[in-house]
Design a protein around this ligand. Sequence first.
Ligand SMILES: Cc1cc2nc3c(=O)[nH]c(=O)nc-3n(C[C@H](O)[C@H](O)[C@H](O)COP(=O)(O)O)c2cc1C
Length: 174
Amino acid sequence: MNEGRHSHATVEFRHIMSRFATGVVVVTAEQGGVDHAMTANSFTSVSLDPQLVLFCVEVDSRFHEAVLHAGSWGVSVLAEGQQGRASWFATRGRPLAGQFSATASHRSELTGALLLSDAVATLECRTSSIHRAGDHDVVVGQVLAVSLLLPDADPLIYFGSRYRALGPDTAPYS
Ligand SMILES: Cc1cc2nc3c(=O)[nH]c(=O)nc-3n(C[C@H](O)[C@H](O)[C@H](O)COP(=O)(O)O)c2cc1C
């Protein structure tokens, strides 16, 4: 991202928000025979009954149009060490054709979206509502199916604008 075109307040906002640690997912959707994908850290769960999740998508991105038209989508939760994959699916302007050729994936029967086969977990979702919020849309989805592929894997973490790994589990919190 070119910070030169952003105001000081925007840079400060981004910097402070970067101190909020998140996991990283790849959201996927199939539209018109083309497989789309986007790295996202805005993903979160919303409701248990019904089961709802959300992610935010920039209105100007290619993925925005794809996911709105598709109406259903997949979420793959990335594991520690998968930062290369996260960077790839966050690269603006990458060719869509063949973008999954270096990524093991399988197709969701429920949504038609590709799911990453080496993800920690996957979710298959149908869009239930969309809320415009500034330069992003909040996309809320009903969860159709969930799958835990790697129950013992640590997640990929995003913090301070960098990919990280969890530290040793030494906290006496449980
Ligand atoms: C760690 C990380 C998290 C991101 N999270 C989001 C997000 O939640 N929403 C979003 O719209 N873009 C997010 N992005 C940026 C998109 O991944 C990227 O702009 C998008 O893939 C651009 O591709 P497109 O215009 O070809 O669709 C994130 C990027 C990174 C590196």
